[in-house]
Ligand binder design. Structure first.
Ligand code: MRU
Length: 357
């Protein structure tokens, strides 16, 4: 495999150093200018890292939360009873889950860690902690395998020379390796298959400009950065044969929450007859959520729109802002949902449920 591609696909965005008992991650807010690892030790630092998007992307925050639960379990005083231990771990889990409400992978990973603690409660202290560590590693390694499978299925939907539009960042930084919606492009680079990617800059936090174009260009993928409002033009020009997007929560009927602007991409794509594929692991599917109306949508600080990227604020302080982090794409606009178990087609209420049988 080409070294440049490998460096991107296998970059370690989250790492737990067992010898030092330390949790590290690449601070994504500093990219692409600075690639810096930071260490988080306390619950407050972990919650802040998730809220500030130092670690972001649905699968990545799940992996980070799993290691956080292990690291926090180590801080619980050994003097208490097993019920005290479970209670404290549950409180840590609640705080982590509350950091960001939309991506279901976060609560999914926290719940798996709590379930492991409950199931292994009879073990002595060190053995119980080791079981939690092993569970976090399993969640991390499973994601690596899932992303690779998703990338293979996604690439099977493309022909050499195809142009693909993507929104936000769903690459290795947002997952473990390869990514979901970006995985097929990196796999194509690995296999020498030419694809052209159009990356929406993704207002207001610019994940497309700062992260997607950074990862893809470092891997040698033919990537063109566009502003979000240029997608229609690029589609009209005939440069895009498919749209690949990630997901933060997929409801039982196939409605999908992803980065704000995704539903606009899907509506445009319908106009131009371009298929939209949602790519994500089964850990992002929430069968307990019947449809998109039931997905909680995170609202963020107005300053991300008004001031964050500018030397001076670009709007008067009194101007009102509406800053939802995600929107929901209606299932009727989605041509396929690509998971590690295969490609689901409509009707999604049947094909998604079948994945869990
Ligand atoms: O707010 P973010 O940057 O965490 O939003 C991320 C997205 O919307 C991604 O597309 C999604 O989490 C999938 S990442 C594989």
């Amino acid at each position: 495999m080409n070294d440049a591609v490998r460096q991107v696909t296998h970059a370690q965005n989250i790492r737990y150093d067992k010898t030092a008992e330390a949790l590290y991650m690449i601070d994504q807010t500093l990219l692409p200018g600075e690639e810096k690892e930071i260490r988080t030790e306390t619950l407050e630092e972990m919650v802040e890292a998730i809220k500030a998007l130092r670690v972001r992307g649905a699968p990545a925050i799940g992996i980070f939360a799993a290691y956080s639960m292990y690291a926090l379990a180590r801080t619980i005083p050994t003097a208490g009873t097993r019920e005290d231990f479970l209670h404290s771990l549950g409180s840590f889990g609640d705080a982590l889950k509350a950091a960001r409400p939309t991506a279901v992978n976060l609560s999914w990973a926290v719940d798996l860690m709590l379930e492991t603690a409950r199931e292994r409660l009879e073990l002595d202290g060190p053995a119980l902690l080791e079981a939690l560590y092993q569970k976090a590693v399993e969640i991390h390694e499973d994601d690596i395998a899932k992303c690779r499978a998703i990338s293979e299925y996604g690439l099977s939907l493309l022909k050499p020379g195809d142009g693909v539009l993507t929104h936000c960042n769903a690459g290795p930084l947002a997952t473990s390796r390869y990514g979901t919606a970006q995985g097929p492009f990196l796999l194509a680079a690995e296999k020498g298959v030419p694809v052209r990617v159009f990356a929406d800059e993704t207002r207001p936090l610019l994940q497309g400009a700062r992260l997607t174009s950074y990862e893809l260009s470092r891997a040698g993928v033919d990537v063109t950065l566009i502003c979000d409002n240029m997608a229609s033009m690029v589609m009209k020009n005939g440069w895009v044969q498919a749209c690949f997007v990630g997901c933060d929560r997929i409801a039982a009927n196939g409605d999908t929450a992803n980065k704000i602007g995704t539903s606009g991409v899907a509506i445009l794509a319908k106009h131009y007859g371009i298929p939209v594929y949602v790519l994500g692991p089964t850990s992002t599917i929430d069968l307990n959520c019947p449809d998109g109306d039931h997905i909680p949508i995170e609202l963020r600080d107005p300053d991300e729109i008004k001031a964050l990227w500018y030397e001076k604020p670009m709007a008067l302080p009194e101007v009102k802002c509406y800053n939802p982090a995600f929107d929901v794409t209606d299932h009727s606009l989605i041509a396929g949902i690509v998971t590690e178990k295969g490609i689901c087609r409509p009707p999604y209420s049947e094909s998604l449920a079948a994945l869990f049988k």
